[in-house]
Write a new protein. Structure first.
Ligand code: PDD
Length: 287
């Protein structure tokens, strides 16, 4: 089946979808994005993703070409037209096409470019990796200083994924100048010590994960203690468990950091339980 994608108000076969070579997203990485997961044909935490999209746009003095209601209708339309039961919807908004290349922002009334497409992942909730867990390496965080804005500048995260691949593991966790973990290439990072779940505090140096917010809420409801602070790779290696969260992996156990097993070297009970709670609760609340 040919995928139907969305470009500036139109639903098109993917091969017919076009964006200008002058688009600021293409020339300057001047755009923001969101990834929303789909389970049972429904959107997971759509509200959270839209709120963060609005924040990312505002931080860059951009506006969304369509309303929140139109965004929701478009996400649902893409799910329906592509028959998605489990998968993801990628949405990107750029500063648009000024018709030439310039470092100066175009006038604010230039319409942005908005595109979206589905990714069909039939086993998203039952991903085999969740049963074995991720192995990660740490690498220096060389991204810019505003990674709280979800921009499409993903070259360094891609390089981080490739570094992991070359090392024969699943992901890289970035570390700051103090050796503390900021986050994963495309996910937030956590360790578990006893009843305590530790994850870096919000700031400009991590993305404010929508999954993170939900998981921390569920963790507190399940009587875990939540401590928002930085931790090092060495602390992770000595922790009982570790895990990562994102819309694309939900709660993913992390079983090895820089070649050393974390805890038993197998997915730990806290990560497994939080994954179950997250999937149950978010499925109930999906729209
Ligand atoms: N990435 N940190 C980074 C750097 C991310 O790129 C992501 C998400 C997260 C987790 O955010 P959320 O829980 O809202 O998905 C944290 C998406 C999934 C991606 O780029 O594919």
């Amino acid at each position: 089946m040919t995928r139907t994608v969305y470009v500036n108000g139109d639903y098109l076969p993917e091969g017919d979808a076009k964006v200008s070579i002058f688009d600021r997203g293409f020339l300057m990485a001047d755009g923001v994005y969101e990834v929303t997961s789909v389970l049972d044909g429904k959107l997971i935490d759509f509200d959270g993703h839209v709120k963060r999209l609005w924040r990312s746009l505002a931080e860059l003095e951009m506006t969304c070409p369509v309303s929140e209601a139109e965004l929701l209708a478009m996400h649902r339309e893409l799910v329906a037209r592509n028959g998605i039961d489990q998968g993801m919807i990628y949405l990107q908004v750029t500063r648009g096409n000024p018709g030439d290349r310039s470092f100066v922002f175009p006038p604010a009334d230039l319409p942005g470019t908005i595109v979206a497409f589905t990714q069909n992942i039939p086993n998203l909730a039952d991903a085999p990796a969740a049963k074995t867990g991720f192995k990660v390496i740490t690498i220096p965080d060389l991204r810019w200083s505003r990674v709280d804005i979800k921009t499409v500048q993903l070259l360094y995260p891609s390089m981080g994924k490739m570094a992991a691949k070359k090392a024969g593991v699943d992901d890289s966790w970035f570390t700051d100048e103090d050796g503390a973990v900021t986050e994963g290439t495309s996910n937030n990072a956590y360790i578990v010590k006893g009843n305590r779940i530790i994850t870096r505090q919000l700031g400009n140096d991590i993305l404010h994960g929508i999954t993170r917010a939900a998981v921390l809420r569920f963790a507190e409801e399940a009587q875990f203690e939540v401590e928002e602070r930085a931790f090092t790779a060495a602390e992770a290696q000595g922790a009982d468990e570790a895990f990562s969260t994102a819309a694309s992996i939900f709660v993913m156990p992390v079983v090895e950091v820089d070649g050393k097993p974390v805890g038993s070297g197998k997915p730990g009970p806290v990560a497994v339980r939080l994954r179950e709670i997250y999937l149950d609760e978010m499925r109930k609340a999906a729209i």
